[in-house]
Design a protein around this ligand. Structure first.
Ligand SMILES: [Zn+2]
Ligand SMILES: [Zn+2]
Length: 351
């Protein structure tokens, strides 16, 4: 079978198909035949080559990857071939790929935080990803069983799922001791909401600008829901939390939402910032020591967290997100639709 990829040759240029022979796995490498690959919002930024940091500043994302490049880090597939040093690999096994792979040598990698490695080899970010019929994975430890999660949905957990799970984990014991504030009920936010519901007997309090999303959260067990643009929200949040939250998770990541979350913390509270909308946050420095609060950033999640998260999902503890499949050849259209806000649920490419 020929290998096909949807690639961009220049940042921002339309994706085009290229084909050739699939590479042969060497050493511990495993060649995966892609069954499904989710189209993620961060693919839009990678394709454009930059990220808005706020205040007119941009984070360059161009560089560090060979062009032409295939995006795609939410990969489900089947093991097609393995190198001679890849142990315990069953050809034909269906798996999802943990994509947040590091160098394997540095202190971060050695302590299990390879998703934060400074020499990353992340699939679909620095090395060719799943907008393709095949993808190469450097070691079988990154291949995780997902049965009985539906195949079209499974890959998306390696991005939004592990991100949501890791964000809730960062709250520590506070996640189980009192209500938590969830800001932003998009795909990742709703998943975080589900993980929190699975873990804590306290119903979360939610904030979202969209009344439909607030209603959906209330119907699924939120204790209260607020519109961030309503002037009464700050007071409402204080009342709903008895004077402040022990934890808040900002799945939007804008100056407004981070400020709202920070302002809603109780003494000793934690704000976890996950979203990447952009902006700059201004805060009074003495409130950090005086309130004893912390601000924690969360970027995806570790391999151990990915496994723990999949275990929860496989037990049926997390509500599935809607997915819609489309052929790999429509990758550019899928990106365009996502940018235009026309995608309902997750778009998933099928080679
Ligand atoms: Zn993603
Ligand atoms: Zn490393």
């Amino acid at each position: 079978m020929k290998m096909k990829k949807q690639v961009f040759a220049e940042y921002g240029a339309p994706l085009t198909e290229i084909s050739g022979e699939p590479p042969k796995p060497q050493g511990s490498e495993v060649l995966v035949r892609v069954g499904h690959c989710g189209v993620c919002h961060s693919d839009l930024h990678l394709h454009e080559g930059h990220f808005d940091l706020g205040g007119g500043r941009k984070l360059e994302l161009a560089g560090g990857r060979p062009l032409p490049f295939a995006l795609g880090h939410e990969i489900e597939g089947e093991i097609e071939a393995a190198g001679q040093d890849a142990k315990d690999v069953k050809i034909g096994r269906r798996i999802v790929v943990y994509p947040w792979i590091g160098c394997g040598e540095c202190a971060l990698c050695k302590r299990g935080d390879e998703h934060l490695c400074l020499k990353p080899r992340q699939i679909g970010i620095q090395v060719d990803g799943g907008y393709a019929t095949h993808v190469m994975v450097p070691h079988p430890r990154y291949l995780l069983d997902y049965d009985p999660i539906p195949a079209a949905l499974a890959g998306t957990y390696m991005c939004s799922g592990v991100t949501a799970y890791s964000s809730i984990e960062k709250l520590g014991p506070a996640a189980e001791e009192s209500p938590i504030l969830i800001i932003g009920l998009g795909g990742v936010g709703m998943m975080g909401f589900s993980f929190l519901r699975a873990r804590s007997k306290f119903a979360p309090v939610v904030v979202d600008i969209d009344p439909k999303k607030r209603e959906h959260a209330l119907a699924n067990g939120a204790a209260a829901a607020f519109d961030p643009n309503d002037p009464a929200t700050r007071k409402g949040l204080m009342a709903a939390s008895n004077g402040g939250f022990a934890g808040a998770v900002d799945f939007v990541g804008s100056d407004k939402t981070a400020t709202l979350g920070y302002g809603a913390l109780a003494k000793g509270g934690k704000l976890v910032v996950v979203g990447l909308i952009g902006g700059e946050m201004h805060l009074s420095v003495p409130t950090l020591p005086l309130k004893g609060v912390s601000i924690i950033g969360n970027y995806v999640g570790s391999l151990a967290e990915a496994k723990a998260m999949l275990d929860l999902v496989r037990k049926g503890k997390v509500a599935p997100i809607p997915v819609s499949t489309r052929p790999l050849s429509e990758a550019q259209q899928a990106l365009d639709d996502l940018k235009a806000g026309k995608t309902v649920g997750r778009a998933v490419l099928v080679p």
